[in-house]
Write a protein of this length. Structure first.
Length: 300
């Protein structure tokens, strides 16, 4: 298998300004042979019109007639890939020039099914705070969809991304767990770097992300022998995000101290701060309890 040829899949939905920066970075990759497959998932912000003007033999554009979701769009990109290794990044990310070179090193062994890269928020040296840390991946620890590459045969053997898990923002987690359950190996290449662009966090987007952790009761039930494979935030197979309980118990002490720290670091969005302390934590517990009871799994 030729590890010097990559298909890159990028799915986009109403993020035109982010996408422009993403494409610029992809065009600047230093690598022998690669193609870029952009799946426009029914955007209505001018993305279609912009992509229709792009003239680059490396770039293939696919327009979904309506919004089908991230997983379905990734599967569409996979179906159009011409090469045997498929790399994924997101429309709000910018890849390093050596991204593919570093990912390709991870496929030096034929038994490797996928390779995970490292993701930074804005830059290597930016010290992110909540909620910025939600989109970073230090040391390529987690199989995040914004910086990961699979051999095409993995999808042929295991199927594609499952759109059900998109509501938990964990379709990439479920995919990777399913792949290791099917006896494929993986490796990490921290030098394969992707930078997540600065995000405009809103209270609504933050509250939606509180649901993400409630995927673990379902994954525990579906993959009892493999759901802990990548070291999720689950303690003793029972407690999800155990620190939440500590923070909530000590909230009267912690919240004033954390507020002072938050302001000292130049943060001024008090609505975002108080949504986490304690609304976000309480909402996350609620979703976890709800899914655990629904699926009859002992987890809290």
């Amino acid at each position: 298998m030729d590890t010097n040829k990559f298909s890159i899949v990028v799915c986009t939905y109403n993020r035109l300004e982010y996408l422009k920066k993403c494409i610029t970075a992809l065009r600047n990759i230093q690598f022998p042979t690669y193609e870029i497959i952009i799946v426009n998932d029914g955007s209505i912000d001018g993305t279609k019109q912009f992509l229709d003007t792009v003239e680059d033999e490396k770039i293939t554009v696919i327009h979904n007639p309506s919004n089908q979701g991230l997983s379905a769009s990734r599967n569409t990109g996979i179906a159009h890939a011409n090469f045997d290794i498929i790399a994924f990044t997101d429309d709000d990310c910018e890849v390093d020039k050596q991204w593919l070179s570093e990912l390709s090193k991870g496929f030096s062994r034929t038994n490797i099914g996928f390779v995970i890269g490292q993701t930074f928020y804005i830059s290597k040296h930016y010290k992110g705070y909540f909620p910025e840390r939600l989109v970073s991946n230090p040391n390529a620890h987690w199989p995040m969809g914004c910086n990961i590459a699979y051999r095409k045969k993995v999808f042929e053997a295991c199927g594609g991304f499952d759109d059900f898990y998109f509501q938990y923002n964990n379709e990439d987690s479920e995919m990777a767990i399913r792949v290791v359950r099917n006896n494929f190996s993986y490796t990490r290449t921290p030098d394969a770097i992707v930078y997540h662009q600065a995000m405009d966090w809103t209270p609504a987007s933050l509250l939606r992300s509180a649901r993400n952790a409630s995927v673990w009761p379902m994954l525990k039930k579906k993959y009892p022998k493999h759901y802990l494979f990548f070291g999720p935030p689950v303690t003793y197979t029972l407690i999800v995000h155990i620190k939440d309980y500590v923070y909530l118990l000590l909230a009267p002490i912690f919240i004033p101290l954390l507020l002072i720290r938050y302001i000292m670091h130049g943060k001024r969005n008090l609505k975002i701060f108080f949504i986490k302390w304690p609304i976000y934590l309480l909402l996350r517990r609620y979703y976890i309890y709800k899914e655990a009871i629904k699926h009859k799994v002992l987890m809290f």
